[in-house]
Design a protein. Structure first.
Length: 156
């Protein structure tokens, strides 16, 4: 993999922890129950809308290459073709996510995105993880606790 792509992926991985926490929410429900319901909905969606991998190709393009003699004279322009690299895409992925969301909505959940808590709030909060979905207010925020675990906080 080219170095520029590796650097882009590394930057994306670092920034992925900077955005809001998105989750299915239903007040008073245990997080373990939400995770179980989500797994059920993911399996159901996969059965209804199976993976459909298709091979696609990156666009082809002609790149001019200038070749000159050792004195920089008698230059000739040739062309090289770039692209045409194969990659796969699951064409059913977005539909499967919609079916998953419908299933979770039918179970009483809604998709919410909570902003990450400011450092001052995160530092003052007890070091724990949310086990039961608390009531949310416009002030509610989330603290990432690692391993896919998080804490929902509502500053006073």
């Amino acid at each position: 993999m080219p170095r520029s792509k590796l650097l882009s992926l590394a930057a994306l991985a670092l920034l992925s922890g900077c955005g809001p926490l998105g989750l299915y929410y239903r007040e008073g429900v245990a997080v373990s129950r939400m995770n179980s319901d989500l797994t059920d909905c993911e399996v159901s969606a996969l059965q209804k809308v199976p993976v459909s991998q298709q091979i696609r190709y990156t666009p082809l393009r002609m790149v001019p290459v200038r070749i000159c003699d050792s004195h920089g004279k008698n230059c000739v322009v040739t062309y090289e073709m770039e692209g045409g690299d194969p990659y796969t895409v699951d064409v059913n992925k977005s539909l499967r996510k919609k079916v998953e969301a419908q299933c979770m909505t039918a179970k009483g959940y809604e998709w919410v995105e909570l902003p990450l808590c400011p450092t001052s709030v995160a530092g003052a909060a007890p070091k724990t993880v949310t086990t039961v979905m608390p009531p949310l207010t416009p002030k509610s925020c989330a603290i990432q606790r690692g391993g896919g675990r998080w804490q929902i906080v509502t500053p006073g």
